[in-house]
Write a protein that binds this ligand. Structure first.
Ligand SMILES: NC(=O)c1ccc[n+]([C@@H]2O[C@H](COP(=O)([O-])OP(=O)(O)OC[C@H]3O[C@@H](n4cnc5c(N)ncnc54)[C@H](O)[C@@H]3O)[C@@H](O)[C@H]2O)c1
Ligand SMILES: Cc1cc2nc3c(=O)[nH]c(=O)nc-3n(C[C@H](O)[C@H](O)[C@H](O)COP(=O)(O)O)c2cc1C
Ligand code: SF4
Length: 459
């Protein structure tokens, strides 16, 4: 029996509703219910039970429990969550803060925003648990400002939580006090980088800070601060209520648990799929209806555009930190953007690079200047005006950005360049020898002649 046949209703409705065998809906278990986001619905599904268990433990035991569960940060880097909490110094007399990173902007990544929209109380419960563990009495959610409906809903959910006694003074009679502030950012990719986020939250222009010190030592207002992704914190209540062994029974030894994958691009059923870490793209495509009819996979990203691309040779790579790393890329945000054979890889890489050039904060030279020059070269190549020597130049510039920039945005901008040249150098060469894009020569020439299109990337 194929995986697809094991699925009763296709499982590809993009909401995670699917058979238990391969998908593992926890965070997305009741997204399809009409009032999924309310406190009533959340409690009906066992919500805030994890908090009760957490409050029965000592903060140190709670941190040890989360550490033992093996939960790793879902913001992209996979840093162990419990270990980060443990870094917060105790008895230092300073305020401690929890800052939830809800700035989600990596191209292809669409899981935190849907999670906040459909199930905000899982995050709020996780925040209360985390703050109890790290002994914090003030938490912040830094939300991408453009998503106004999510902002409104989040405010409403926070209001509900205050009213029900899950936030405020002496939560559930425990003596724990916690204020939760929702802050809307202005929509800059760099403000997702944790230290730029902290600067922005403090009211300054968002630019990365030098690390170390990491936020756990000197974060918000120079005080010990845990910065965690939305999904990382929202996963904690289920670990408490169902147990760390349940969590560890999913995924692999070093990458345990369930997670949200964002499937997008030329696929039959794009959406969010919640599954154990280690599932493969082949399995996800098989259960979600595959690529769009009549087309085949050409290339894809395992963790958003900042992670080196894969091809159809990588369909069976386990989508966990170790599996993707061993195959030459990074799990990142688990944003699986799939492109079929109709896509020009040079065009796709040009578009991504334009994004990175536009979002470069300008603080360091390799990224600020390098991304600009990458765009110029790529636009020329895509338009049939490139030379063979430009391919080495692309590699050289990317090499001068990668590992030499102030923050990981620079490395991310170099990834699509390196990986596309590795797998699709021939396609770059075709643009040069054929003096145009083999996929759409007419459009490409017209675009290249439009001088305006060549201006203002960094303006
Ligand atoms: N979610 C998105 O929209 C998005 C966008 C762009 C990039 N990303 C991801 O961001 C990642 C890079 O982020 P980063 O530069 O913060 O990664 P990082 O590996 O430097 O840090 C990850 C986390 O671990 C903590 N940490 C690491 N070492 C530490 C130490 N010695 N002591 C205390 N804390 C420590 C950091 O403070 C941070 O919270 C990439 O993997 C990328 O996938 C995500
Ligand atoms: C340019 C850039 C943008 C980032 N954007 C986000 C983001 O939107 N959301 C997020 O959680 N992490 C983002 N990160 C990663 C954060 O710096 C940090 O690692 C993360 O919030 C830690 O949370 P976690 O340990 O729970 O994953 C970004 C990193 C970089 C370099
Ligand atoms: S790498 Fe880019 S985004 Fe990061 S500090 Fe340097 S210029 Fe800013």
């Amino acid at each position: 029996m194929t995986l697809a046949a094991e699925i009763n209703d296709g499982g590809g409705n993009g909401s995670g509703a699917s058979p238990e065998k391969l998908l593992s809906p926890v965070l997305s278990a009741f997204w399809d219910e009409p009032e999924s986001w309310t406190l009533d619905t959340y409690r009906r599904h066992g919500g805030y039970e994890g908090l009760r268990k957490a409050l029965a433990m000592s903060p140190d035991d709670l941190i040890a429990y989360v550490k033992d569960s093996g939960l790793r940060g879902r913001g992209g880097a996979g840093f162990p969550t419990g270990m980060k909490w443990q870094f917060i110094p105790q008895g230092d007399g300073k305020p401690h803060y929890l800052v939830v990173n809800a700035d989600e902007s990596e191209p292809g990544t669409c899981k935190d925003i849907p999670l906040l929209f459909a199930n905000p109380h899982s995050l709020i419960e996780g925040i209360v648990i985390a703050c109890y563990a790290i002994r914090s009495s003030h938490a912040f959610i830094y939300l991408r400002g453009e998503v106004v409906p999510v902002l409104r809903r989040l405010h409403e959910a926070v209001r509900e939580a205050y009213e029900a006694g899950y936030l405020g003074t002496s939560i559930l009679g425990s003596g724990l006090d916690l204020e939760l502030t929702v802050h809307a950012g202005a929509g800059a990719y760099i403000c997702g980088e944790e230290t730029a986020l902290l600067d922005s939250l403090e009211g300054r222009r968002g630019q990365p800070r030098l690390r170390p010190p990491f936020p756990a030592v000197a974060g918000l207002y120079a005080c010990p601060t845990v910065v965690n992704n939305v999904e990382s914190i929202a996963s904690v209540p289920a670990i408490l209520s169902k147990g760390k062994d349940w969590f560890k029974s999913m995924g692999s030894e070093k990458s345990p648990g369930f997670t949200l994958y964002s499937l997008s691009g030329h696929v039959a059923s794009p959406g969010q799929y919640e599954a154990p870490l280690g599932i493969t793209l082949r399995q996800l495509l098989d259960m979600s209806g595959g690529m769009r009819p009549g087309h085949r996979l050409k290339f894809w990203t395992p963790g958003g555009s900042s992670t080196p691309m894969f091809t159809d040779e990588h369909l069976d790579v386990p989508l966990d930190y170790e599996g993707v790393g061993a195959a030459g890329s990074m799990l990142g945000t688990k944003a699986l953007q799939c492109f079929d054979e109709t896509t020009c890889v040079v065009r796709a890489v040009t578009r991504w690079t334009e994004f990175y050039a536009h979002e470069s904060c300008g603080k360091c030279t390799p990224c600020r200047e390098g991304t600009y020059w990458l765009v110029q070269l790529l636009r020329d190549i895509e338009a049939g005006k490139g030379q063979m020597a430009d391919l080495d130049k692309l590699n050289d510039i990317a090499d001068n950005i990668n590992g030499k920039s102030f923050c990981a945005l620079g490395d991310g901008a170099a990834s699509p360049i390196f990986s596309s040249l590795k797998y699709f150098r021939e396609e770059y060469e075709q643009h040069i020898t054929g003096k145009g894009c083999p996929f759409d020569p007419a459009k490409s020439t017209a675009w290249a002649d439009d001088k305006n299109a060549h201006q203002g990337v960094n303006a």
